[in-house]
Design a protein around this ligand. Structure first.
Ligand SMILES: Nc1ncnc2c1ncn2[C@@H]1O[C@H](COP(=O)(O)OP(=O)(O)OP(=O)(O)O)[C@@H](O)[C@H]1O
Ligand SMILES: [Mg+2]
Length: 393
């Protein structure tokens, strides 16, 4: 046998034998086997009952070996027992077992039969347990996915109903606003400059404009979001949002950090770059606003991948070091019109949530327990069938 083949064979044998020589196997099978063998060889031929007992005691280590090492463990020990018992059974080496030759032969056969049957049963039981564990893990994944989809459906349902109502109200408000603005402008032009009534009419027109802008925002919330989807590099998204938010961040004394090491190796995601940038910008601005009262803080962007329900996702995280969101409000912040800000519409996050749904992704929020602060994370499905790692798309 060539040297390398011999080494490979020896390594294979060692790997095969490792489970048979675990500490548990040594304690429960090998040491008892050796003790029984020594006692057996040292028992005088006139103690026939002692030989009977010791011969049968071998079943204990054989069964222990099968229980902890399965078929392989049981058979290795039963073959070992057969080999060490053979000289004692059929030769006069030290002392010969005084029992009948047929009985001793049958006993050796039985050692091996017991080992095979017990080992097979244990192996079957073990395979069944592993199958159940795999099933339980798959079931857990499926349940988590179902809960996520349920939450999305509830959110989408709420948004759909509210969207229709909002669109109706906004539309009804906009028409009379046009007429009000038109007549106010005619009246203002009729009043000469410097007269106090003219200033009042200008204020009147400015308020009408503000109402019009709010109605427009409500309408944009209600309209379906047209997505122009294609493969998007996650890092380019982050770079774009960091530069968009930089002015407000600087004004609020907030430092922006983009952790994008290894981002070049990340897969591309399938999405509309403008909508995804709008979503992340909304979140980033919320983060800056949350830190603003105390002045300063850090806004951190990072990227990663994960598998969920058998699908691969890229996760974009945006974390800020501002005060945590009270636990009871964590889910409510995605509801339309939920706001804690003076002058906020409370539509930002519900639009973000719709954009995420539109991309078959998921938007989640959590308070960061270790360092404090809040983290929003957006999971986006990887663009399938594109070898993005080599940038061939
Ligand atoms: N990073 C954050 N830290 C703490 N609270 C936040 C954060 N982001 C959002 N929130 C909470 O969620 C609420 C809803 O946010 P959303 O963006 O939907 O509306 P808004 O920011 O209040 O109003 P608008 O977006 O119209 O300016 C906020 O008012 C705030 O209470
Ligand atoms: Mg907002």
């Amino acid at each position: 046998m060539p040297d390398r083949t011999r080494r490979g064979f020896a390594q294979g044998l060692l790997t095969d034998l490792r489970p048979v020589f675990t500490p548990r196997m040594v304690l429960s099978a090998w040491i008892p086997c050796l003790v029984i063998t020594v006692l057996h060889y040292r028992t005088g031929a006139h103690h026939a009952w002692g030989h009977d007992v010791l011969r049968r005691l071998y079943y204990l280590p054989i069964l222990f070996a099968a229980f902890s090492g399965g078929l392989r463990g049981g058979v290795t020990v039963s073959v070992f027992v057969s080999l060490v018992y053979l000289p004692h059974a059929f030769t006069s080496l030290l002392v010969q077992d005084p029992a009948d030759a047929l009985e001793k032969g049958l006993e050796i056969l039985l050692y091996n039969i017991v080992a095979v049957v017990a080992g097979l049963l244990v192996d079957r039981e073990r395979r069944e347990r592993e199958r159940q564990e795999r099933l339980a893990i798959r079931l857990g994944d499926a349940l988590a996915e179902q809960r996520r989809i349920e939450a999305q459906l509830i959110r989408a349902g709420k948004l759909g109903a509210l969207g229709e109502m909002t669109a109706g109200i906004a539309h009804e408000i906009k028409n009379p606003l046009h007429a009000l603005k038109g007549t106010a402008e005619i009246l203002r032009d009729a009043v000469p400059e410097g007269v106090p009534e003219r200033r009042m009419l200008e204020l009147h027109i400015a308020e009408i404009d503000r109402l019009g802008q709010t109605a427009d925002r409500f309408l944009s919330f209600a309209r379906p979001i047209p997505a122009d989807r294609g493969p998007v590099e996650p890092k380019s998204l982050i770079d774009r949002v960091v530069s968009l938010v930089s002015t407000q961040a600087r004004q609020g004394g907030v430092e922006t950090v983009a952790v994008t090491d290894g981002a070049a190796a990340l897969p591309k995601v399938m999405g509309d770059p403008d909508l995804l940038a709008q979503l992340l910008l909304n979140i980033a601005l919320n983060g800056v606003q949350a830190m603003a009262p105390g002045g300063g803080g850090t806004l951190t962007f990072s990227l990663g991948t994960e598998r969920q329900g058998g699908k691969e996702y890229v996760r974009v995280r945006v974390a800020n070091t501002g005060p945590p969101i009270p636990e009871e409000n964590l889910e409510r912040i995605f509801d339309p019109f939920y706001t804690t800000k003076d002058g906020g519409t409370g539509l930002g996050l519900s639009i973000c949530s719709r954009i995420a749904d539109e991309h078959e992704g998921g938007l989640a929020v959590r308070n960061l327990p270790a360092c404090g602060g809040v983290e929003f994370s957006l999971a986006l499905p990887v663009a399938e069938g594109i070898d993005v790692r080599r940038n061939t798309a």
